[in-house]
Ligand binder design. Structure first.
Ligand SMILES: C[S@@+](CC[C@H](N)C(=O)[O-])C[C@H]1O[C@@H](n2cnc3c(N)ncnc32)[C@H](O)[C@@H]1O
Length: 321
């Protein structure tokens, strides 16, 4: 992370097995697919998360002392966050809202949408780029702040999650808080239906494959997706210091090679070779509540409240003083 996208793509292609880091799929188009996933019937996570955000807005907001500036990491369309913003603006005259996501173009459109809804009552500023580049800016904000990170933590490999959380902890002053959502679903059938129903007409599959479109554009190549097939599996792990997760890859159906014009290199795939669509162990992690408690404690974050509906937990953490 915090590497340029070309470096990140090259690092993945030079690895064994080859991979495309998950963050590479979220260009402007990828962010749109991500939004479309919210309408997929079997993709339980979005609706479960929306429900828990609604619960929080109704019963949890009173745990936060107003006023504060809300910073959102990896905000996407902000549809869910708007549930919280609506509730805050029922009581407050205005709210400062710092928005972060990878694509500056996508963020610009989100800002336009937010202005159309809230006008000047929502004072929005954007922090485009990788989390690692925006943490110092958030840390420098001197007023009271609340960080919001929805649908994000679980996307990162197990060895990266503590690093991101440590950075979050370092931005928090005594009166600040952070709200983090996590997938706590333990039903294998439901999980496999949501993540492994590969179908090119569905936004989930389009989002998985978008990393290849980004690769073709950034490295000037022409990797042909019709010569690969999507496959995946769910890896269950109950160890308290770990989590369960999904692995999704593209399997090369033939022997093939492609020139990467922008870097003067060639990448070759053997027949049957896997191109992983994540870096590290996997993606879309699923936690038990014990695993979450262990993870937060290991980075000096104290759970001060938690709401869960069996599929999603929304955890409010503070820095341990
Ligand atoms: C699963 S989506 C969640 C979007 C939104 N928070 C929601 O809950 O609907 C993950 C979001 O994180 C963003 N993202 C992924 N990696 C990131 C990184 N390293 N830095 C900043 N944003 C990132 C993606 O662009 C995407 O919008």
């Amino acid at each position: 992370m915090a590497m340029g996208i070309r470096e990140l793509l090259l690092q993945g292609l030079n690895s064994d097995p080859k991979y495309i880091d998950l963050s590479c799929r979220y260009d402007e188009q990828g962010s749109k697919y991500d939004e479309e996933c919210t309408n997929v019937e079997d993709y339980y996570y979005y609706k479960a998360e929306e429900e828990i955000v609604r619960t929080f807005a109704a019963v949890g907001l009173s745990n936060l002392e107003m006023p504060f500036k809300l910073f959102e990491l990896g905000c996407g369309s902000t549809k869910k966050s708007q549930i919280i913003i609506d509730e805050i603006l029922r009581h407050e005259s205005g709210l400062a809202y710092g928005l972060n996501d990878l694509s500056a173009d996508f963020l610009e459109k989100v800002c336009e949408d937010l202005f159309a809804i809230y006008g000047s009552r929502l004072k929005v500023d954007t922090l485009a780029g990788d989390f690692m580049t925006v943490f110092p800016k958030i840390r420098n904000y001197r007023g009271r702040k609340v960080l919001l990170w929805l649908g994000g933590l679980q996307c990162f490999p197990l060895n990266i999650q503590p690093k991101l959380l440590l950075n979050i902890a370092s931005t928090l002053q005594e009166n600040d808080a952070c709200l983090i959502s996590s997938d706590i679903t333990q039903d294998r059938e439901k999980i496999e239906k949501a993540y492994m129903d590969f179908d090119d007409s569905k936004p989930n599959s389009k989002l998985y494959k978008n990393g290849v479109h980004v690769l073709n554009r950034e490295l000037k190549s022409n990797i042909d997706l019709s010569k690969f097939e999507l496959e995946g599996r769910y890896v269950e792990n109950k160890d308290v210091s770990s989590a369960s997760y999904i692995q999704v890859w593209l399997r090369s159906l033939v022997e093939q090679s492609y020139v990467l014009e922008n870097v003067g290199k060639t990448v070759a795939f053997g027949k049957g070779e896997k191109l992983l669509l994540y870096g590290g162990n996997g993606m879309s992690h699923k936690y038990t509540l014990g695993q979450l408690e262990h993870l937060f404690a290991s980075v000096g974050l104290q759970i001060v409240n938690q709401w869960d509906n069996g599929h999603t937990a929304l955890t409010m953490v503070k820095r341990k003083i």
